[in-house]
Unconditional design. Structure first.
Length: 203
C-alpha cells in the first residue's frame, strides 16, 4: 500500500491591510496593492492617481502620519521595505519613492514635484556580470524635520539629511547633509548656513 502525503504549500501573503483614521481622505483613483500594512493618520490626504505598491512578501509598510499629504501621481514602491512620511509633510505631484532599504521622512517637510528618493542602488562593480544580476545595496534614507526639497531633487541610497535643510531644485544628493544649511548642485554640496532669523538674513 502506498501512502499519500498531502503536500503543504506555504501560505500566500495577503493583500494590503489598510488602517485609515476616520478623518483621512483617500481618493477613489488611488491604487494600493501588494501585501503589508498601510497606516493613514488623522486628516492625512492621498490624492488622485497615487500608487502605493507594498511588494509581495508581506513585510512592506507605509505610515502616513497625521496631516501628511501625497499629491497627484505620487508613486511609493516599498519593495518590501518600510516608508514613513511624518506629520504635516507633503510629497509633491509625481514624486517617486523606492523604499527597499527603508525611507524615513520627518515632520513639517516639503517635497516638491517630480522628486526621486531611492533607498537602493544597483551594484555595477563587475564588468563580467550583467548589472541586473549583481544585486543591490539597500542602506536606507533618513530625511529630518522641516526639510525642503526643490523640484526634481534626487536623493540616493544611504543618505541622511539633517533637520532644517533646504535643497535647491535639480540637486543630486549622494552624501549626508548637515542640519540647518542651504544645499544645491550635482553632486549636492553645502552652499551656506540657513539664516535662523530675519535680522541674520539681512546681514
Amino acid at each position: 500500500m502506498i501512502s499519500q502525503v498531502a503536500e503543504t504549500q506555504p501560505p500566500e501573503p495577503q493583500g494590503p491591510h489598510l488602517v485609515a483614521h476616520p478623518t483621512a481622505s483617500i481618493a477613489e483613483t488611488a491604487i494600493i496593492r501588494g501585501s503589508g500594512v498601510v497606516e493613514v493618520g488623522a486628516y492625512a490626504v492621498v490624492e488622485d492617481f497615487v500608487v502605493i505598491d507594498l511588494g509581495g512578501s508581506g513585510r512592506g509598510k507605509l505610515e502616513l502620519a497625521a496631516r501628511s499629504k501625497l499629491k497627484i501621481g505620487v508613486v511609493i514602491r516599498n519593495y518590501n521595505g518600510s516608508v514613513r512620511v511624518g506629520e504635516h509633510t507633503t510629497l509633491g505631484d509625481y514624486t517617486v519613492i523606492h523604499g527597499h532599504g527603508g525611507v524615513d521622512i520627518g515632520r513639517d517637510g516639503g517635497i516638491a514635484p517630480h522628486c526621486s528618493i531611492a533607498a537602493s542602488e544597483h551594484i555595477w562593480t563587475s564588468s563580467e556580470v550583467p548589472i541586473r544580476y549583481q544585486g543591490e545595496t539597500a542602506r536606507g534614507i533618513r530625511i529630518g524635520d522641516d526639510v525642503w526639497l526643490g523640484t526634481g531633487v534626487r536623493v540616493l541610497d544611504g543618505v541622511a539629511v539633517g533637520n532644517g535643510v533646504v535643497i535647491g531644485a535639480g540637486a543630486v544628493v549622494n552624501s549626508d547633509l548637515p542640519a540647518m544649511h542651504i544645499c544645491a548642485g550635482i553632486p549636492c554640496r553645502v552652499i551656506r548656513p540657513r539664516p535662523i532669523s530675519v535680522e541674520e538674513e539681512k546681514q
